[in-house]
Write a protein that binds this ligand. Sequence first.
Ligand code: PLP
Length: 261
Amino acid sequence: MTRHATALTIAGSDSGGGAGIQADLKTFSALGVYGTSAITAITAQNTRGVFAVEGVSPVVIGAQIAAVLDDIPPQAIKIGMLASSEIVAAVAEAITGYTGPVVLDPVMIAKSGDALLARDAEAALIEWLLPRADVLTPNLPEAARLLHRSPACDAHETEAQGRALLGLGARAVVMKGGHAAGPTCIDRLVTASGVTAFEQPRIATRNTHGTGCSLSSAIAAELARGAGVEQAVRRAQAWLHGAIRAADGLGIGGGHGPVHH
Ligand code: PLP
C-alpha cells in the first residue's frame, strides 16, 4: 500500500477563501497531497480587505500541531500568518521535534495593506523560526523588512538580500519577484550553492489575492511528494502561473479576487 503524501499548514484563516489556510488546503488538494491544518488566527476578510483579526490561543495552536504530528505525520510543513510573538513562540516550540522540511512564508502585510504580523513579532520570527526554515519565501518588501533595508530594485540587490537571509539561518530563500516592475515575473532561489532564476511572463490581473500563500503551500506539497528544493520551486511557480492565468475566469468578489486553485 502506498501511503498518501500529507502536508501540514500552520496559518491564518481567510473567511473569503482566497488566502491563508483555505488557499493552502486547496493548493494541497490541487497537487495531490492530503492537507492538515493548525489555525493560528481568524481573519474576517473578503477580496476587498481585512475587517477583524483574532489570534488563537498559543495553547490551542500547540495542541492542534501536536494532534496532527502525533497521528498524521506530514512530509512537509508550511508556516504562514503568525500574528503575534506569542504565536511565533508557540509554533516554534510545537515543531521542535519535527525533522521534515519546513517552508516559512514570512507573512506581514496583506495586499489590502492590513497588518498580519505585529511589528514586535518580527524579531521573534527572525530568532525562533528563520533558522528552522528549509525554504523561506519572502516577497521583496518582506525581505527588506526582515533585513531593515530598502526593498531591492535590481537583480544584484535581490540576490544580496537573499544571501543575507541565508545568513540569518534559512537553508534556501525564494525571493519572490511579483512586486518588481517588468514584463516578466522572476522568482530567485538563493542557496549556499548559488542562485537559480525562475521566470514567467507577467499576467495583467488584479486577481492575485493569496498568491504568496499558494506558492509556499505548493512548494511544501512538492517537497511532501519527494521533490528536491529546486524542483519543488520550479513546479510550484509553474503551477501558480497557471492558477493566476485562470483567476479572471472565476469572477469571485469585487476586490482583489483569488487565483484558480
Ligand atoms: N489573509 C491571511 C490569513 C493570510 O495568511 C495572507 C497571506 O499572506 C493574506 C491574507 C494575504 O493575502 P494577500 O496579500 O495575497 O491578499
